[in-house]
Design a binder for this molecule. Sequence first.
Ligand SMILES: Cc1cc2nc3c(=O)[nH]c(=O)nc-3n(C[C@H](O)[C@H](O)[C@H](O)COP(=O)(O)O)c2cc1C
Length: 392
Amino acid sequence: MARKQDVYLIDDLERHASVVLPKMVRDYFNGGALDGCSLRANRTAYQRYHIRPRALRNVKDLQTQIKVFPDGNSIPFPCAVAPAAMQKMAHPDGEEATARACGGYGTVMGLSTYSTTSLDEVKKAADAARHTTGLKGPSELVLQVYVFEDRSVTEQLIHRAEACGYKAIVLTVDTPQFGRRLTEIRNGFKLPPHLKMANFPDELGVKTGSELRTGDLEAGKRRTLSASGSTANKLDPSLTWDILPWLKSLTRLPIWLKGIMGAEDAILSVQHGADAIFVSNHGGRQLDQAPPTLDVLPGIVKAVGGKVPIHFDGGVRRGSDIFKALCLGADMVWIGRPVLWGLAYDGEYGVINALRILEDEFKECMMLSGCSQLDELGPHLLVEANHKFSKI
Ligand SMILES: Cc1cc2nc3c(=O)[nH]c(=O)nc-3n(C[C@H](O)[C@H](O)[C@H](O)COP(=O)(O)O)c2cc1C
């Protein structure tokens, strides 16, 4: 097991997490759909680009701060925490620890609908940590939602999020049903009985681990009723683009669409009023054989033409990965599994560790490629790996 001081890379957090987590949880966090093709491709895509070093460009004063919301806080660098379900399986403090880490670090946290801590408690924890660190203003969180067959459940979640100060609603659109994750099926994965899906009121029947097999949510028995027979958490596979006006009629919060993987859907997102799009293949957990997110990014950026911000995730494990995604046109980059590994390693401090590692690496990349401002980043700084550098 890695000693705490032996963590220098996100890989170290992953290695540590793989030792401390029970197999069922490790497989749930780390796995992808079916053969894991998209999961692996997300990672290898970054290797297709090298970064051009530049010399003598005065990089003494780096400016890496960015605002995710025009009226909001500056975050330290363009990286935030993606929504990931059931974080109390990684650490007893779960989403509350992630919220404290993000609040104190000053970055944005995405909370999953399938959180094991309620969205109100998560917001309180993030605000308190922000206050303790001496950062001004409230914390910034976004709530990820699915639209369930019983739409009133989604509606209530959105109203609660708006009431307690969340800054955006992130509708995950890559999930008419959950991807087929073989390790979860083989392991008979289910939420441990002492944990619960904390955003659902008990009377909806989405109660405790013993009653709720995540097979109903995330794996084998896709699109089935929850174990108690409720439709409260039954995904609605009949959704179309008309869902956007419905969502917009419920809230004044911006609506982002997460899981956009091509120019056609990016254009439709803009046409239907999305306030931002989120390029994501759900960390390779939905359509196996979907391309890596880095590969679809440039086409989406071109199609969107700056009309809405572009968020991005998938396989980000290095500051250089963030740098490459920004060079290819992403406005913000999000991390999923590194946070879960950080949580498993050391709760709140492990998540801070993950953010710190990525921020340091990202800043180093900026300096060594001769950039002191984010707006200097662009495709001209990347070299395709099979090109001869001398020709560029
Ligand atoms: C264990 C786990 C649970 C996740 N749960 C959700 C979820 O509830 N909702 C959602 O939109 N995305 C979910 N995601 C996807 C992440 O938001 C994100 O898109 C993905 O993890 C990014 O890839 P990365 O893990 O390689 O950084 C989950 C990912 C993981 C690994």
